[in-house]
Design a protein around this ligand. Sequence first.
Ligand code: PHE
Length: 340
Amino acid sequence: MEESVKKLTAETIASISACKTVSELNDVRVKTLGKSGALTALLKGMKDVPPEKRPAAGKIVNDARETLEQAVSERQKALENEELLRKLSEERIDITIDSPLKNHGGLHPLSIMRNRIEEFFCSLGFVIADSPEIETDYYNFEALNIPADHPAREMQDTFFITENILLRSQTSSGQIRMMEKVKPPIKMLSPGRVFRSDEADATHSPVFHQVEGLVVDKGITMCDLKGILDLFAKKFFSNETKTRFRPSYFPFTEPSVEVDASCGKCGGKGCNVCKGTGWIEIMGAGMVNRNVLKNCGINPDEYTGFAFGCGLDRITNIIYGISDARIPFENDLRFLKQFN
Ligand code: PHE
């Protein structure tokens, strides 16, 4: 018995060293140490050994098993290491070779504009805040002073998922989420996608983008709103650009305004861009309605605020002279490459 164990061990060690791959090694291991392997068979033959010799014989077999297991594990490490070195050298990349890929990606015009707008407002101390695209009726309407049967709901043709859950039709929902979480002073900018059940044409799309702004603090007035938007228009259109407020209506602001910028193309004389009026509408805005502040647990006798909601697609298209709102979403590389 001792002899056959020795012979088996020596033979197996020889085949272990001869293995060239991990899978060959595995075969050797199974052949000797596996359930029906040669060494296991020897262990099974123990029943024929006279009882007094069994402990010594058992030790011989177990020592052999240990020796072989160790040999397998050492060989495995060595083979894995060889494999790794081989892969590293075979798959080496020559970073000095000129790449055939000349088409680098770039930012979409909408992203460029969103980044610029974020940068501008951040420089004035605003923080950027995200809010969900799938909203509840409460945040999109109710808390914004638009109760269930309010006719203002018809201003926005909304995609309802259930009676209570909808695709937000305006980023104004983000105002509520902010004011519920953070107590004034608040200076927030919330850009994002909004959804309305509109047929797509040159100026409409069921998915578009808004940038919501909200400032709440003690003593905020409409002058602050006008001042900031004036600066915004000068920065994004030209130094000569003027802004004007036209009275408007939004349930969540009082008073509410429509903000126009003087037309950059004709300088106010009237042209095809401004449809002859000399002015281009750039956003809706107003002083945060007292009811909205109350809904968020903010005392309207102590704090006031302003909010604005600007169409990002609209601003982008005006600035880049894009005549049809559908073009930026056609994935036409000839169009998109112009912005790289
Ligand atoms: N949420 C309004 C809209 O989508 C825009 C707006 C935002 C108006 C904030 C006033 C204040 O039309």
